[in-house]
Design a protein around this ligand. Sequence first.
Ligand code: HEC
Length: 314
Amino acid sequence: MNYGPIIFLAAFLALATSWFGMVLKPTEQLGTMQQTNTVPGGALYPLGRPGLARQGAEIYRANGCAYCHSQQVGQEGSLARLVLSDLGTNQAAALRAVSAAAELSESDSRQLGSGLPRDLFTTRDKERADAAAKAINGAGAKATVWVVPIGPDETWGWGKRRSVAEDYLYEAPPMPGVLRVGPDLANVGVRLPDPNWHLRHLYAPNAVVPKSPMPPYRFLFEKRRLKGQRSPEALAVPVETGYEVIPTADARALVAYVLSLRQDEPLFDAPFTAPEPAPASTNAPGTTATNATTSATATNGPAAATAANPPAKQ
Ligand code: HEC
């Protein structure tokens, strides 16, 4: 019997199905992906990287940073946190509604008026929190439901939410990484915003983080003899007397790239509630701006406290 046509058909089928599954389907799902909007906020996301950071991506690739660092935050689920921020004008009615909705004991509900905003309860059941918020808001008070992503990566402070496909829209190619010898870097620009920290860390990781196993990248720096005054660009790193260490253009580009790694916008498919700016004490126009900046850097809530201090740093 002539097996030729059967073998041909079998090979054709095997190739056709894998092409269908591995090329056509992914292209259909991801190939036409476009910028999305942050929710809430409605700002365009993501924005392309600035030029220097784009050059830095090539240095990151060339030096194999992705062998030790992933750029993808996972998430196991999320919690709904019911936060009471105002009791409104009819406090008695509001207090009754709050105690009923949040199932508070009498002594707890008596203390409610002091120290707002405060957490009423945290649950995995978002519908229960939504229903309670609706009941409380119906009585004239103000309660909001915060969505708080949870998982090991969030506990380590590596990100506020899971990474989604849109995060990699302008990466060519993306470097999500597979190994985590070092911390995940998907959101490192938010976590460690100081460019000098990164330069010193690249030159001598264990001078910045005691016992760091990360290899130093000295070849991205120029060690030169001091001529008269120290250059303003010289790094504050341990170096023999009579010498100074100057970052090269590559080091600066790499750090610009690392600082541009941010996945801190809430999206439709990866929601989380960013802490609201602290209420301004006065309504003078000049003070709003300063308040916004301080609250953006301030840590809010128990999860954020660890986010600012990843355990690796301590
Ligand atoms: C051999 C593995 C390895 C390689 C390669 C490596 N790193 Fe690291 N990196 C680590 C480890 C381990 C840490 C944690 C200790 C520390 O902070 O120094 C770390 C920490 C970091 C941190 C601090 C992150 C944080 O949240 O504390 C940054 C930023 C970083 N590395 C950037 C880079 C860049 C950029 C490159 C490529 C030039 C690179 N790393 C290459 C292992 C590596």
